[in-house]
Design a protein around this ligand. Structure first.
Ligand SMILES: [Zn+2]
Length: 139
């Protein structure tokens, strides 16, 4: 096989990989529950860590009020703990109307298929976002 044929075969293989590639291997738009979908009374629901911090902040406010001899602030549990963004939206939710909240998920590029590798050209982190932007040369 000559040099040109070899290069042509590689190029053809790359285009075949691109043609059958699934761009969702790079990034996806997913929809999950909004903060009010499953909160008590459809109020704002916290993740477990947020709930712990929210309670700690209240306890700190209580100690501060007590030290100053002021009236102790009442704890408002809002929608309580248990928020999971991967849960399905609640069709009864008055806040999102059951449509949930969309979010972008960038995938780990260490284990891409040959097709997805052919689409991937890099990632960058922007000042405006804490997230990385994956981008493709063809889609
Ligand atoms: Zn909702």
């Amino acid at each position: 096989m000559g040099r040109n044929e070899d290069a042509q075969d590689r190029l053809l293989g790359m285009f075949v990989d691109m043609a059958y590639a699934d761009a969702r291997e790079l990034s996806e738009m997913r929809v999950g529950a909004c903060r009010c979908c499953y909160g008590e009374g459809h109020r704002y629901q916290f993740t477990t860590l947020e709930w712990e911090r929210y309670q700690e902040a209240h306890e700190k406010a209580l100690r501060k009020a007590e030290a100053k001899g002021e009236e102790e602030p009442e704890f408002d549990p809002k929608g309580g703990p248990g928020f999971t963004l991967t849960r399905e939206p609640n069709p009864e939710c008055p806040e999102c109307g059951g449509e949930g909240k969309p979010r972008v998920v960038f995938k780990d590029t260490q284990r891409l298929s040959p097709g997805a590798v052919s689409l991937y050209s890099g990632a960058k982190k922007t000042k405006a976002s804490r997230f990385c932007e994956a981008f493709v040369i063809l889609a």
